[in-house]
Design a protein around this ligand. Structure first.
Ligand SMILES: Cc1cc2nc3c(=O)[nH]c(=O)nc-3n(C[C@H](O)[C@H](O)[C@H](O)COP(=O)(O)OP(=O)(O)OC[C@H]3O[C@@H](n4cnc5c(N)ncnc54)[C@H](O)[C@@H]3O)c2cc1C
Length: 286
């Protein structure tokens, strides 16, 4: 049977109309998080994204969700989304398999500024699903490894079984001169790594603060503690970037669902320089 989403295929690319895209691969990363590899060969028009940008992913008849792009921006024929199953749409996406279709529109939003880190050290701090939007920066920097100084990746998860991209993390550490520090809130008998929240990892590295650019993504509480730790360690706030998340609908700055005070996260964000967003993070119910 023809997938219902194909019946609604748009004649032309439009930022408001999802295009039908086939799933080439669906794999589980953890018990509740999976990665969909999408076949972009059928995309009408040009598709290119920058690290940190997101798409709106549509399940026919159910709705759309914002999902960061977690793959290598250098790869044009496929696109990856790593998705945490939390509610209606993400549960429906979790049931999709190879050959099924989803609707896609994007890419949207601001991106991690990669060029500002040339010649400098890089500190990437992530928690939980927050590693997904940061993975494209890692790929981008690996394509030009010698342009950067130290690359430090700090990653925290709830337990060893909740960690994303474990094989890749090891590979980056072993083959690409990336200092990878991984911690979990609760270890198990097999876990030989760090235990504690992600900010405890700062005790095991020394940053050349003035020469480091930091990129942070994870739960908002984790980001608050992390950016405060970075600034306390001497990083100028303008050298710290973070990605914000709010419930999103239109993704192009019309509907206001993702408004956070004076900013629409879908348009000005999701990636912000710290001085712009830090005062808003302290305001209740924004
Ligand atoms: C820019 C951006 C990038 C994102 N990237 C990813 C990603 O890479 N992977 C991923 O798994 N998720 C990502 N998300 C979050 C994702 O959009 C939500 O988890 C999703 O919308 C939930 O939809 P649902 O229909 O499954 O859940 P619903 O049934 O809508 O809700 C389930 C629960 O999640 C809450 N919720 C829904 N949306 C959000 C949200 N955006 N922020 C906070 N709480 C929310 C609801 O209040 C409810 O408690 C991103 C969100 C944004 C704004």
């Amino acid at each position: 049977m023809k997938d219902p989403i194909l019946e609604h295929a748009p004649a032309l690319a439009s930022p408001m109309v999802p295009q039908p895209i086939m799933i080439r691969r669906a794999i589980w990363e953890t018990d509740d998080t999976f990665t969909l590899t999408l076949d972009m060969n059928d995309w009408k028009g040009d598709y290119a994204f920058l690290p940190g940008q997101f798409n709106m992913v549509y399940v026919h008849g159910l709705g759309e969700v914002a999902v960061s792009i977690s793959s290598d921006p250098g790869k044009r024929s496929t696109l990856e989304h790593t998705i945490h199953r939390v509610g209606l749409v993400t549960t429906a996406l979790a049931q999709k398999k190879k050959g099924d279709y989803v609707g896609l529109r994007g890419p949207f939003g601001s991106s991690w500024p990669v060029d500002v880190a040339r010649g400098k050290d890089v500190c990437i701090v992530s928690g939980g699903i927050g590693l997904a939007p940061l993975r494209p920066i890692i790929y981008t920097m690996l394509h030009h490894r010698s342009d950067y100084g130290r690359i430090i990746v700090m990653y925290g998860g709830r337990s060893p079984l909740d960690l994303l991209y474990r094989v890749e993390l090891e590979k980056w550490d072993n083959n690409h001169d990336i200092e990878t520090l991984v911690t979990v809130d609760r270890g198990d008998t097999s876990w030989k790594g760090y235990i504690g929240v992600v900010t405890t990892l700062f005790n095991y590295i020394k940053l050349e603060a003035r020469d480091t650019i930091a990129y942070v993504c994870g739960p908002e509480l984790m980001m608050r503690y992390t950016v405060d730790e970075l600034v306390t360690r001497g990083l100028p706030p303008e050298q710290v970037y973070l990605s914000m998340e709010r419930n999103m609908k239109c993704a192009i700055g019309f509907c206001g669902h993702c408004q956070m005070g004076p900013t629409f996260i879908c348009k000005e964000g999701p990636v912000y320089q710290l001085p712009r967003i830090r005062p808003l993070m302290d305001k209740k119910e924004l």
